[in-house]
Design a protein around this ligand. Structure first.
Ligand SMILES: Nc1ncnc2c1ncn2[C@@H]1O[C@H](COP(=O)(O)OP(=O)(O)OP(=O)(O)O)[C@@H](O)[C@H]1O
Ligand SMILES: [Mg+2]
Length: 420
């Protein structure tokens, strides 16, 4: 049996008492490009019943679930694996060729910093390496090391580099790492030399803008380090101290592969469908309305990278139910005013227009078109007012850019005055 065919135990940090347990067993079949998951008998016998993915893996003891996507890896395990940044680290560390699979990346990405509350291993007893993230006072060193890796330069701080290569599991394309500040964990995203504008600053300002507009966005901080390096950090919503919080991406909830491999993966990524899934997995109605707000915000600011891995749900510890996670990775496209969003805004439509965004109002949970329309207008006003608060955060170039964007989009999205 090759490494890629050995069963993997799937560990879960219990959302009630923080204990690590075996939730299930994942059995890959590398030849067939398939895999199956089953909840562990010990999990069932202990009376535990949290579904690790409420859509694709509902808790049913004894059922073998075949994986539907990612060449045999279940969606939620793919969520706990890296995207291109972490994959690049793993390829380098393990000299993997082009044939590396999603399963290889899951196995080799380490449990120390995984997204959400899942971990994997070959032993029946959960061993989850608790690699302490660097502390905030080491932010400068951390950023320098991440950037040195991105530029394929030798290590500046050998220990730090080792730690980063041991925990390459977080998703996304851009270089990143986690830093600890007291009980809080923050995702660190440094600006890059190749950025044509100060993207770290723009992301910070946009995330703060969303908060000012009354939307539930993850909190952020912005730093200037050393000779002016721009660095963003975002509060991780999948951590509360040592407790890891279960998460599932919208790609998983919508049963689409991301990046897409077939037409159904693109057409299935939809805001109103996601709103329906939220309802189905027990999130309260306000989450559907919040999602609608984020869709409109993405349209106004021109965040055209709103793909289904940039939305997620988490298992709320206090309420013991699934909720829409705080918004993250909301960054305007500074080149052109986007005309479409990645996710459908209503059935079959991606266009950033008032008509398209309001069309499926029922699916988001509004009672009438008029209610949705009023909400839309109130939100546009809050976005406009919020901009005044965050504009001073931006540099002159970004300010001009965003001012223009806001005016254009407000003019486009506001209801045309009735001519009598
Ligand atoms: N505040 C947060 N709390 C917990 N997890 C987060 C948070 N922000 C991002 N993530 C996770 O980290 C991943 C990467 O973050 P992010 O999307 O910001 O990076 P990126 O490299 O800009 O992504 P992309 O490839 O979409 O451009 C996300 O897909 C999500 O799984
Ligand atoms: Mg992202």
């Amino acid at each position: 049996m090759t490494t890629s065919e050995r069963p993997l135990f799937v560990y879960l940090q219990r959302p009630d008492n923080g204990e690590w347990v075996v939730a299930g067993r994942y059995l890959p079949d590398a030849h067939a490009g398939s895999g199956s998951f089953r909840y562990a008998p010990s999990y069932v016998e202990a009376g535990l019943s949290w579904a690790i993915d409420p859509v694709n893996l509902p808790f049913v003891p004894g059922v073998d679930y075949p994986a539907q996507r990612y060449d045999g890896l279940h969606d939620v395990l793919r969520d706990a694996s890296p995207d291109s940044w972490g994959q690049m680290l793993i390829r380098r560390e393990h000299q993997l060729g082009v044939h590396a699979t999603a399963i290889d990346f899951l196995r080799l990405s380490g449990n120390g910093d995984r997204w959400g509350a899942l971990a994997v291993g070959e032993s029946r007893k959960p061993h989850v390496a608790k690699l302490a993230s660097p502390r905030l006072h080491r932010l400068d060193a951390l950023v320098q090391e991440v950037l040195a890796i991105a530029q394929a330069k030798p290590a500046i701080d050998g220990l730090l580099r080792k730690r980063l290569f041991a925990t390459p599991s977080m998703g996304g394309a851009r270089p990143k790492a986690t830093v600890q500040d007291g009980n809080d964990y923050w995702l660190v995203k440094p600006g890059l030399m190749t950025d044509t504008v100060d993207l770290a600053l723009l992301e910070h300002a946009t995330m703060q803008w969303g908060r000012r507009a009354g939307l539930r966005f993850a909190d952020t901080r912005h730093h200037r380090l050393g000779i002016g390096r721009s660095v963003l950090r975002i509060l991780r919503f999948d951590r509360r101290g040592a407790q890891r919080i279960m998460t599932v991406s919208a790609a998983s909830l919508l049963q689409v592969q991301y990046p897409p491999v077939e037409a159904a993966d693109s057409s299935g990524a939809s805001y109103p469908r996601l709103a329906e899934e939220l309802k189905r997995i027990g999130a309260p109605p306000e989450d559907g309305i919040e999602l609608f707000g984020r869709m409109v915000f993405n349209g106004v600011v021109g965040n055209s990278d709103d793909h289904p891995r940039n939305h997620a749900v988490l298992f709320d510890l206090d309420q013991q139910r699934w909720r829409l996670s705080p918004a993250f990775d909301v960054v305007p496209d500074t080149q052109d005013d986007p005309g479409v969003l990645v996710m459908q805004v209503s059935a079959g439509r991606h266009d950033i227009t008032r008509e398209a965004m309001l069309q499926d109002y029922l699916r988001f949970g509004f009672a009438t078109h008029a209610d949705a329309s009023d909400h839309f207008d109130a939100l546009l006003k809050r976005i406009e007012d919020g901009y005044a608060d965050i504009a001073p955060l931006l540099d002159a170039a970004l300010r001009a850019n965003m001012q223009q964007r806001l005016q254009t989009m407000l003019a486009k999205l506001r209801m045309a005055p009735v001519v009598r």
